[in-house]
Design a protein around this ligand. Structure first.
Ligand code: NAP
Length: 215
C-alpha cells in the first residue's frame, strides 16, 4: 500500500490527507509544531493516519506532499527527501512570503526553488491551483463528463506519472504541462489558477498564460 508523507497540516495538507485516506492510502503528516500538536487531526483522520516529524513524514512517504508557506521551504532538511517524489503545492504570495527577488523578476519559479532546496528529490508541481476544500468537493470518478483537471509539471517523467496516477485516483484528470520551469503557466493570477476546468479548458488557459512581466 502506498504511503503519502504530508509536510504541512493546514488547508492543503489536511485536505489531501482526507482525500488520500478516502482512497485507501496511508498518511504520515507533519507540521512545524511537532507530532503532539497533530493528535486531534490524526484522531479525526482515523487508523490510516499517523503524525510524525518532518523527517519521519518525508522518509515514510512513497509520495511526499510539501504544503507549507513558500517562505518556510528553506527550513526543510534535504536528506530525508533524497530519492523521493515530492509534490509541490506552493504558491508565492509576497504579502505572506516576503519579496523573493528571483520570483519577482521571474528568473525562476516556485517549484524550481523547492527543487533547489531538496536536490535529491524528484519535485513535481501539483495542487497549487485548486482551493483546498475543492480537492474533496469537486472530485469525481474517472470518465465523468467534464471532469475537472489538475496540472503536473516536473523534470522526471516517471515521477510525474506516479503523481498523475495519484491525482486520477483521488478524483481528477491530469494535464502534463512539461518541465518544472513551465510551472509559471499556472502560477497565481494566471487564467487557469483556481478555475474549475476540464482538460481542454485547462490546456487552453495554460497556453494563454502570460508572464507577470508581460502583463
Ligand atoms: N489554501 C489553499 O486553498 C491553497 C491552494 C493551493 C495552494 N496553496 C499553497 O499551499 C501552501 C500551503 O497552504 P495552506 O493554505 O495549506 O497553508 P496553511 O493552512 O497556513 O498551513 C501551513 C502548514 O505548514 C506548516 N509549516 C509551516 N512551516 C513549516 C515547517 N518549517 N516545517 C513543517 N511544517 C511547516 C504549518 O505548521 P503549523 O500548523 O505547526 O504552524 C501548517 O501546518 C502555500 O504555499 C499555499 O499558497 C494553498
Amino acid at each position: 500500500m502506498t504511503t503519502i508523507g504530508i509536510i504541512g497540516s493546514g488547508n492543503i495538507g489536511s485536505t489531501v490527507a482526507r482525500a488520500a485516506i478516502a482512497h485507501d492510502y496511508d498518511v504520515v503528516i507533519a507540521n512545524s509544531r511537532g507530532p503532539q500538536s497533530l493528535q486531534d487531526l490524526v484522531g479525526e483522520l482515523g487508523p490510516k493516519a499517523a503524525a510524525g516529524t518532518v523527517e519521519e513524514a518525508a522518509r515514510a512517504g512513497d509520495l511526499v506532499l510539501v504544503a507549507i508557506p513558500l517562505k518556510a521551504i528553506g527550513a526543510l532538511p534535504p536528506e530525508p527527501f533524497d530519492g523521493k517524489i515530492v509534490i509541490d503545492a506552493n504558491n508565492y504570495y509576497p504579502q505572506r512570503d516576503g519579496q523573493i527577488a528571483e520570483l519577482d523578476d521571474e528568473s525562476t519559479t516556485t517549484s524550481e526553488l523547492l527543487q533547489r532546496q531538496l536536490p535529491g528529490a524528484k519535485v513535481v508541481k501539483a495542487f497549487n491551483h485548486i482551493m483546498a476544500p475543492e480537492i474533496l468537493s469537486t472530485a469525481t470518478d474517472p470518465g465523468t463528463s467534464g471532469r475537472r483537471a489538475l496540472i503536473v509539471a516536473g523534470d522526471d517523467q516517471a515521477a510525474k506519472d506516479e503523481v498523475a496516477a495519484f491525482i486520477d485516483t483521488i478524483g481528477f484528470d491530469v494535464l502534463d504541462i512539461g518541465e518544472l520551469a513551465e510551472g509559471w503557466r499556472i502560477q497565481r493570477d494566471t487564467p487557469g489558477y483556481v478555475g474549475r476546468l476540464d482538460s481542454a479548458g485547462l490546456r487552453q488557459s495554460v497556453e494563454a498564460a502570460k508572464r507577470y512581466r508581460d502583463m
